[in-house]
Design a protein around this ligand. Structure first.
Ligand SMILES: [Zn+2]
Length: 109
């Protein structure tokens, strides 16, 4: 499933310092979702700013988040606008003992 936006990984200032980590993470999430190893949760809402993407057009126009299509007409936010990994990296094979669910910060998904 392709990344909807940020094709050339034009990362926000928050994401740029972790470009390699983000690339690895995106690939891992894509593979895990496609293979069925990861079944969710996925969300269309960025837990950092609260923006919810209602359709692919909105996602395509966005430049603050990294968003992946999950079916022909649905998508999921993978990286929030401040660099938060929305999908649990531990669930897609990237050991991340310090990752904390968004709910912990009161953001919710
Ligand atoms: Zn955001």
């Amino acid at each position: 499933m392709p990344i909807v936006n940020a094709n050339d990984l034009n990362l926000t200032e928050y994401m740029a310092p972790n470009k390699d980590g983000i690339q690895t993470y995106i690939t891992a999430v894509d593979e895990a979702v496609q293979s069925g190893r990861y079944e969710g949760p996925l969300t269309t809402r960025c837990p950092e700013c609260g923006t919810r993407f209602h359709d692919l057009d909105e996602a395509y126009e966005d430049s603050e988040h990294i968003i992946m299509t999950t079916t022909s007409d649905t998508m999921a936010v993978l990286v929030g606008c401040e660099g938060y990994f929305v999908v649990d990296p531990n669930g897609v094979g990237i050991p991340s003992p310090n990752w904390t669910p968004a709910e912990h910060y009161g953001y919710g998904i």
